[in-house]
Design a protein around this ligand. Sequence first.
Ligand code: NAP
Length: 898
Amino acid sequence: MPDVTVAGSASEATRNGQPQQVDVAVVGAGFAGLYLLHRLRKAGLTAVALEEAGDVGGTWYWNRYPGARCDIQTIDYSYTFDPELESAWKWSEKYATQPEILRYLGFVADRYELRRDIRFGTKVTAANWDEATERWQLATDNGAAVACRYYIMATGCLSAPKPPEIDGVKDFKGEVYFTGRWPHEEVKLAGKRVAVIGTGSSGIQAIPLIAEQAAQLTVFQRTPNFALPAHNGPPPADRMALLEGDRATYREQARWSLAGVPWPQQTAVSWQLSDAERRERFERAWAAGDLVHILTQLWADQGVDVDGNALVAELLREKIRATVMDPETAAALSPHDHPFGAKRPCLDTNYYATYNRPNVTLVNLRQEPIKEITASGITTDKRTFDIDVIVFATGFDAMTGAIMAVHPITGRGGRSLSDVWANGPQTYLGLTVAGFPNLFMITGPGSPSVLSNMAVSIEQHIDWVADRLIAMREAGFTTVEATETAQAGWARHMADCATLTLHRLANTWYTGANVPGKAWGVMPYTGGVGPYRSICNEVASRGMLGFRLTGPGVAEQCNDGEVVRLQPDVRLVLGMLEQMNLPPIESLGAEGARDFVNQFNKARPPGRPVGEVIDGTLQGAEGPLPYRLYRPATPGPHPIVVYFHGGGWVLGDEQSDDPFCRDMCRRSGMIFVSVGYRHAPEHRFPAAAEDGYAATCWIAEHAAELGGKAGPVMVAGWSAGGNIAAVTCQLARDRGGAQISGQLLVCPVTDCTFDRPSYNENATGYFLTRSLMDWFWDSYCSPAERTDPRVSPLRGKLENLPQAVVVTCEFDPLRDEGVAYAEALAAAGVPVEQLKARGHFHSSLTMVDVVITGVSGRAQMANALRRFAGLPLERRQGEEGAAPGLTAPPREIDAAAG
Ligand code: NAP
């Protein structure tokens, strides 16, 4: 293989002292750079790749340390763009070694004759957008500069090694190696005293092999990591059968999966499984030796819920204790400071067992930090170790390091990327940056990248970019640039996604925490590969939403906006509902609609266990009504919340909001009594309102019998149930009881007019439609009755009502009447808190375990109820801080409430 190949036009340019002129300059010749060159060529664009290394391979060129392998199964960690390439290459192992992967990339480079357009041994030292020519000017450290229309960073996410921030490194007189820059020639460790600093994936792969060679190995560990055995060998028969059974489908499923490897999505959550079932799943995952398997196939809440995650973390620690003979070493190797998966877990071969060898010592830097490196070894604040060789497995300045290594990158108006990113990377789609026209990043910060099978993500990015460049050429555009609005929207969406997962609870290279002084933030996109792909496709299909395009002789195009305004899980739920192509509920008639809702509810995960659930009968306005009581597992008596379900006065029953009632019962520590009030059209106005009032009086009178606290009750309701709760408070005030200490109104109906903006903005597409609301109103009451405060409480007298929390959702036709009610209550002197759920729809907060971003909202609602009841507030790990998409109460409303 040639060590340095310079593209012909580059040498010409060098001779002329001119920059090499190409359509596209690519930085990097790893997985991404190679495919990019191939795609660009096929598109008829001239391109050059600039690569610092002496050959292709990227990260696989540099990371030659003992034990280096991939940790995504190799049949998945491969290009899929050409079926003939797929049949021309056979992987020998489940997880190929670094030399085999490097051979594969060399094979690809040869097959598509890519080397002729790669300038090896050439580093890009600066990049400057030239406004006059609308081209990027790249300076290099070897040969001609490059001028290009498009500048694409294919620099990889883990390619800029992080310097070890330890005093005295330069004083050490022995041999020093970095896993990320391992020498090409053999490193002889036999008979030597070796130190390894760092126990991430690189350290964990290298340590067992170094231990076999070295006389003495001392491992310096700052943070223990979770690792599971790779069980390497030939590619597993079951996965091979799946792939070879229908290769095209397998690859397509990978493209639309969450992590870029086709595994089914788990629906069962941890608490629905018995201990034995969980253990059985865990042992299967342990035996599979596959990160994607263990991260996605155990139970649905392992990656999003601290309790669900703690279960798997403990099973993993149990394995460490079972393998490592010395209990103190086992304890030091057991991670406790981060949820499993929040930091990149590792695949190993004999890692934990290596600590049973007599020549291996673990030094726990949490107990004895390194003081300095001296000429002859390493000194902690307790001991000195004489060392011949130090191996730094200390990781990378991940995601941004390799991009910023080209410095400066200067965009429009002379702004430098390092300034723009001073507080963390800002991108649109992880692909582009506002102010930097025609600059693309492959798997940049803000894309799924390192949280996915990189091969799949790389192909997706490159196909998207290449397709856009072709479309631009056809339309006559020569510049493309993300808008600030789109970029800010992406940052919000990124933050919403990050709140959904547990990555925010760990200090890792995903968050920049491993590099001193680096801004903290979850850098990869945590919303999944499939959703991300659909978003990129949506951007293109909506006329390059969020991009400004210009070109000579064509009108500028800027379709500005945010591509995702919904919470990520709400987007998925609405997408699924759309795919179901359901008939409008109002077209089914009352009976048909009720059947539909019952079927829909049956398919939903059951609610979480509570202390006790009792069904009973209470006295309504005109006869007995069913109720369902949810009692907390804690000792009583508990405060009581009278709850009214949603369903437009037509649908639902005392069980239909079961998961929500259970969740709120657990969170608030209160009894929830869900009332089966009478429904329209059989029982029209004011049946539901009068039942609500009568049920509240009955429950308050029977509080002690129900196991509740004597004294005032609280009322709560969602949608039409929120309407009944609000009306009940007005009736109770006017009729001299029951005593109510607070009202929780979730997306309530408060008024009969449809003329507020939210009715128009959200008339269709968000499940509760304007036309469905029309039908609900018609079913419940005549036009003449609608202004009665017993159905339009906003039109009633609002003074002297119980304190309130009013929750509204951004994409809900009822949003503005909820806000109006909260404001009117406040104006009437009622203490009121408003929670505005950004990115949510009408059903978000009651779809427990489906819309996970509603969790913090429910936590805030539960706390409001506790406040009403005079109880201390609750805080659970992982739910602190601002709720996703929920804004704090507007101050002026608080103030007005006095
Ligand atoms: P890493 O995961 O960041 O691990 C670096 C290790 O060095 C950590 O244990 C870190 O401790 C420690 N460290 C850093 N600075 C230190 C200091 N000044 N003093 C003491 N300890 C220090 O880096 P990596 O192992 O190279 O892996 C990075 C990523 O590359 C992986 O997560 C993975 O995505 C990828 N990778 C993949 C494979 C594969 O199997 N395909 C192999 C290698 C790498 P703290 O945790 O306390 O910071």
